[in-house]
Design a protein around this ligand. Structure first.
Ligand code: ZN
Length: 678
């Protein structure tokens, strides 16, 4: 009897799965009793099932069993997108693992196709053919052949379905026993088939963020108590109704954020339903990173997450910082994460080799855009300095350095990794400079040397990436034989050929901690700065940093230009004068400048043709930019659309076509935008 209930449950759940086209685990079950509740009728169900539109050759349906008491059901299913023969089977004892079910297409006089499973096993590809007068044969591709004969289902005197509407689950138990948790019923469409009246207790449990409302019986209100004890003496549908709690706040959000413990970094995010998603990463050797992914529900009273099925894997990186290999260590990790209430959490990993707990400290995050572009044409975004959270530290030469908090935490891990694994000792030269401090410098220069000189020597206040707190200028120490250190601090020293290996080691590890090298060799025309091996930029994303750093010569400007105008039509054809790379560089300079306007949508950029490189135009541009010595000219045409609220000289909400961009360069120099307009 018990087994039959299991089979019914299994088939019923498979049917429910088929009916909602492969429901996700959290999808509330359909509020109506699943189709399988009709199935146990031993009287030929065929009489009640609507006939297929075209006469099908296949007619054999019902319940079947074989010598091992493995079970098979074949049912015509109408209430699905594509009606057809639903085949469910249970080839083993454990219905949650050994059950498969799905609609099989008819092929000749057999049913043939793949049956998915709700369990973790692979789908089965089967062929079902009629055998004998009333039997069935099922051949599993690459597996066994089964011979089934018809079976009767025990007569149901009372047939009860219990179900949920909204976010909640049901526990049920027989008689006077306490309700047992039944996590194996993922869809909460349970059927209880009773041979005689029985007392049952059902308990309705809201999921996090939901409230229990009521139990209904056959659609009528039954009880507002979450736990009900019933004498089941008639067939009925019971539904536990839940609704979303409007006052509920995800308790995980209070703990969400970035944490750090030595070289290990952890990120806590909400996974919904009061569950937390935690990723812990630890650079375990020079080219290896260990990553744990842990999911568990937060117990708000104790601040504890007890996780199961945690995964741990080792990632190997190549010299360019790209992950090349992933090796799974385990997928059944267990342990606890306890939030201590002081901004830290303690991680106990049951599988930990040394059995020691790790205490992670929260990294305060700024309310800033970690991908903001600040360069010679794009100023620091408004409100930045108010939103910025910084940390101050003192470097090896005794200077105080201020860094954005998350960037600093990432820097510490980078530094630690390089010390432990590469013998490279990083130091911070300078990081954040406020706009006011830059203005001070500017004012002093103007007073001393005049405005012209100051403009050429000092970065415009507001237009330095160092304002962001995310740009770090590095230097390093060399360890001497007696254990003392020598600072390599000055730019001209750091650039010596003998230190190239040190920079290579540093640069290779940048993306793993969310950093990029900002001013690349040969990309001055885009970044506005010559190559600086020491100037790194935090972008708060390992994957974005990896994407940028894995492509030689790919700058943040290009990455952001690509992101902001993916639809723009670019036509750089038709030049015998310039290579495609030269034209691409010029086009990107235009895109960057255009992006800084901020009020327009880019539609197209076209190279205007080699005839623009005339002596006349060259003279014109050399006149426009006093003191310039341009030798070549390139013209581009742009189409764009202004925003409805575009201000200044712009016509609002208007398509501008053939907007001209005039660029020039000196022999072997980078492109400069000299002028643009109609
Ligand atoms: Zn710098």
């Amino acid at each position: 009897m018990k087994k039959w209930i299991s089979i019914l449950l299994a088939l019923c759940l498979l049917l429910a799965l088929a009916a909602c086209g492969g429901a996700e685990q959290n999808t509330p079950a359909p509020t109506e009793a699943p189709a399988a509740t009709e199935a146990p009728a031993t009287e030929a169900p065929a009489a009640e099932t609507p006939a297929p539109e075209e006469p099908a050759l296949w007619t054999r349906e019902g319940f079947f069993g074989d010598e091992n008491e493995y079970m098979l059901s074949v049912t015509w299913m109408e209430d699905v997108e594509e009606p057809g023969w639903y085949v469910g089977c249970m080839l083993g004892e454990d219905w949650s693992e050994d059950s498969w079910g799905g609609i099989l297409p008819q092929e000749g006089n057999s049913l043939k196709g793949a049956l998915p499973t709700t369990g973790s096993r692979d789908p089965l590809t089967v062929t079902l053919t009629e055998e004998g007068a009333d039997g069935l044969m099922m051949e599993v591709e690459g597996g066994e052949t089964y011979h089934f004969t018809p079976r009767d289902i025990p007569k149901a005197t009372i047939f009860v379905t219990i179900n949920v509407e909204g976010g909640g689950i049901i526990d049920y138990a027989e008689g006077e026993e306490a309700p047992e948790s039944a996590p194996e019923y993922p869809f909460q469409s349970a059927v209880i088939n009773l041979a005689e009246p029985k007392i049952h207790t059902f308990a309705a449990w809201p999921k996090a963020g939901n409230l229990f409302v009521k139990w209904t019986k056959n659609g009528e209100d039954l009880s507002a108590d979450a736990q009900i004890t019933l004498l089941l003496d008639e067939s009925a549908d019971y539904i536990a109704v839940f609704e979303e709690d409007p006052d509920w706040q995800d308790p995980v959000l209070a703990h969400a954020g970035d944490y750090q413990c030595g070289r290990a970094h952890a990120q806590v995010t909400s996974f919904g339903e009061g569950r937390a998603f935690i990723v812990v990463e630890w650079g375990s050797s020079a080219w290896e990173l260990t990553r744990w992914i842990l999911v568990g529900e937060l117990d708000t009273e104790t601040g504890t997450i007890r996780y199961t099925d945690g995964t741990k894997s080792n990632l190997t990186y190549d010299d360019s910082g790209e992950a090349t290999e992933e090796e799974t260590v385990y997928t059944d990790g267990t342990g606890t994460i306890v939030f201590n209430g002081d901004g830290t959490f303690t991680w106990h990993e049951d599988q930990s080799g040394n059995g020691e707990d790790m205490v992670f400290e929260r990294i305060p995050a700024s309310g800033i855009d970690y991908l903001a572009l600040v360069n010679k044409v794009n100023p620091l975004p408004e409100g930045w300095e108010d939103a910025l959270e910084t940390v101050a530290t003192t470097n090896s030469v005794g200077e105080s350095v201020e860094v954005e908090a998350k960037a600093y935490a990432a820097y510490e891990r980078l530094k630690d990794d390089l010390e432990q694994n590469d013998g490279v000792y990083l130091e911070l030269d300078s990081a954040r400079r406020s706009v006011a401090a830059q203005q001070d410098i500017m004012d002093r220069f103007i007073e001393k040397y005049g405005a012209d000189y100051a403009a050429k020597t000092v970065a415009q206040p507001g237009y330095s990436e160092h304002h962001t707190g995310l740009a770090l200028d590095l230097y390093f120490k060399i360890r001497n034989e007696d254990g003392s250190f020598t600072d390599v601090y000055y730019n001209e020293d750091m650039e010596k050929e003998e230190y190239r290996g040190i920079w290579d080691a540093i640069h290779a590890k940048l993306p793993r901690y969310g950093f990029i090298l900002r001013y690349l060799e040969g990309e001055e025309h885009i970044t506005g700065y010559r190559y600086e091996p020491w100037h790194i930029r935090y972008v708060d994303s390992v994957s974005i940093a990896g994407e940028i750093m894995s492509q030689p010569g790919y700058t943040l400007e290009e990455y952001l230009a690509g992101k902001s105008a993916p639809e723009a039509e670019i036509d750089l054809s038709g030049s015998d004068l310039y290579t495609e790379q030269e034209l691409t560089d010029a086009m990107l300079a235009i895109k960057c400048k255009f992006a800084a306007w901020g009020v327009c949508e880019l539609h197209a950029i076209r190279y205007a043709g080699d005839e623009a490189n005339s002596a006349e135009n060259l003279e014109w541009l050399n006149t426009l930019n006093e003191g310039a010595d341009y030798t070549q000219v390139a013209e581009f045409l742009m189409d764009f659309h202004t925003a409805p609220d575009a201000g200044g000289a712009w016509e609002q909400d208007l398509e501008y076509t053939d907007w001209q961009w005039w660029l020039a360069r000196t022999q072997d120099g980078g492109w400069e935008i000299v002028t643009n307009g109609y």
